[in-house]
Design a protein around this ligand. Structure first.
Ligand SMILES: C[S@@+](CC[C@H](N)C(=O)[O-])C[C@H]1O[C@@H](n2cnc3c(N)ncnc32)[C@H](O)[C@@H]1O
Length: 478
């Protein structure tokens, strides 16, 4: 049974100064940061809830959300936060552990702000998240997820090809005169779980090997050689890093010169037989290993729409399109394609990505059993329109009065209210909704359901193992 009571004073002191070091000698979670004197209770955990916390009840009937706890466990819990109707706490000791509990792999578990589900066996995570999402959907949307709803899984570690890290350079001794020396004293970190402190790491087990190697080597040397450090000789730079799946690493940080951007930020990703251009300053999917399964699901949903007569191949509208990812992997199927994205930096890539309609490679995962769409791609190129605008503005100004296929992939906040209302008012009767936040997805679904849409298909994608996050795809029609 894990012993959570050990208190590593030196780690805590360093953490309080904002420069904590991973505690290599203690592979257990370090709870030393918990406020002293806060109330401790022994609680039985009823279930896991959205966000990955365990839920228990206090004697006074209030709910307690417990970080680091699993269903069925008896835990000693320190309360961190109390409100009239609910409380929050963190496990201090596990008195009766779940058979699914494992020792967190990473020494930064509980500190770095990510991977809060490491105490749950990797092979069990999808099963737990499925239960959480079924209940989440019932509670927020007052509906049932389809019985065949299932979660696709891939690699549990080393899967993450995109991240934002903080570079902390320390130039206190000799400035950048000795670039190698400066790089040696520099470190990369993540922003802390509950503060803005930077938690340094040497190797992050969910990042791809390519990203870890890049951070250990070329990245520090490059950033330590930069010129815009502040007068204290220390600077923190937020750096976006991206591994294109072939070991080629691109990166971006604010203030990057154009020549540096052109040389280091742009990437090309091969996915499902397409080459897609992006750069590290804009959004791109972060689990390239599992992405082909989402591509397959989306392509199948489009075909099912044609087959059912609910949608035609006249027009694909890709809203929240980023660099045109979904439009690109669907462009062989439509006569006309419109992409709409707010971030201007995406536009040039969307134009490139949709300028050459390449038929799918014969042996790509996405092209299996897909002869019809390959023929379509050979016969003609679609008319393409790439719009740089908020999706809600575009929807208000453009009447969609044909049975277009609409795909939306909004940020965690879900669909803006105006966008949702405009879709309901349009003649779109088939919608593919890709979401990285099941809570806002359930909220938006409830509004679509009121307007007569039904959930005809749902799939989950474990894009973020070791975390409680999940990617989902819904197909709605009316
Ligand atoms: C989850 S990403 C999806 C991007 C793309 N579909 C892909 O798979 O690469 C969401 C995108 O929506 C964009 N976005 C956020 N709010 C928006 C809005 N109101 N209108 C249009 N785009 C928006 C973001 O810039 C981001 O590129």
């Amino acid at each position: 049974m894990p012993d959570f009571r050990r208190n590593n004073r030196s780690t805590r002191d360093r953490f309080n100064r904002g420069i904590s070091r991973p505690n290599r000698n203690n592979d257990r979670h370090d709870f030393s940061r918990e406020p002293r004197g806060a109330e401790c209770l022994t609680l039985r955990i009823e279930k896991m809830v959205q966000g990955g916390e365990g839920m228990a009840r206090l004697e006074d009937g209030r709910v307690c959300f417990v970080a680091g706890a699993l269903p069925g466990e008896l835990c000693k819990v320190r309360l961190k936060f109390q409100k009239k109707d609910f409380t929050k706490g963190r496990v201090v000791d596990v008195l009766e552990p779940s058979p699914d509990r494992v020792k967190p792999l990473c020494p930064l578990y509980g500190k770095c702000g990510g991977c809060s589900l490491q105490h749950l066996a990797s092979e069990k995570q999808a099963e737990y998240l499925e239960k959480v999402e079924r209940e989440n959907f019932r509670r927020l949307a007052h509906a049932e997820l389809p019985e065949d709803f299932a979660i696709h899984t891939g690699n549990a570690w080393g899967y993450r090809n995109r991240a934002r890290v903080v570079f902390r350079g320390n130039f206190g001794y000799d400035g950048a005169a000795n670039r190698e020396g400066a790089a040696n004293r520099a470190c990369f970190g993540f922003r802390g779980e509950e503060s803005n402190n930077i938690v340094p790491f040497e190797k992050c087990p969910v990042l791809t090997d390519g990203l870890n190697e890049f951070l250990r080597g070329p990245a520090a040397a490059f950033l330590a050689g930069g010129s815009n450090r502040n007068s204290s000789g220390r600077r923190d730079i937020d750096v976006n890093i991206f591994d294109n799946g072939k070991g080629e690493i691109s990166f971006f940080y604010p203030g990057m010169r154009k020549s540096e951007f052109d040389a280091h930020a742009v990437s090309h990703v091969e996915i499902a037989g397409r080459e897609i251009e992006a750069d590290a300053s804009v959004f791109f999917q972060s689990n390239l290993g599992l992405l082909p399964e989402l591509v397959n699901a989306v392509r199948k949903a489009v075909d099912d729409g044609f087959a059912s007569g609910k949608a035609t191949n006249d027009w694909l509208i890709d809203l929240f399109s980023g660099v045109g990812f979904f439009a690109c992997i669907l462009q062989d199927k439509f006569k006309k394609i419109t992409t709409v994205e707010r971030e201007e930096g995406c536009l040039k890539h969307a134009k490139v990505n949709l300028s050459v309609p390449t038929p799918f490679l014969k042996d790509s995962a996405a092209s299996r059993n897909d002869a019809a769409s390959r023929n379509c791609a050979k016969s003609r190129a679609p008319e393409i329109e790439n719009i740089s605008a908020p999706a809600e503005d575009w929807l208000l100004e453009n009447v969609v009065d044909v049975p277009a296929t609409l795909i939306v992939d909004p940020p965690r906040t879900g669909l803006p209210k105006e966008a949702l209302e405009a879709i309901i008012k349009s003649s779109v009767n088939r919608l593919i909704y890709v979401s990285c936040d099941p809570v806002t997805l359930a909220r938006d679904y409830a509004k679509f359901a009121e307007a007569g849409f039904a959930l005809s298909h749902a799939e989950g994608f474990a894009f973020y193992p070791q975390t409680p996050h999940l990617e989902m795809m819904f197909v709605l029609d009316r």
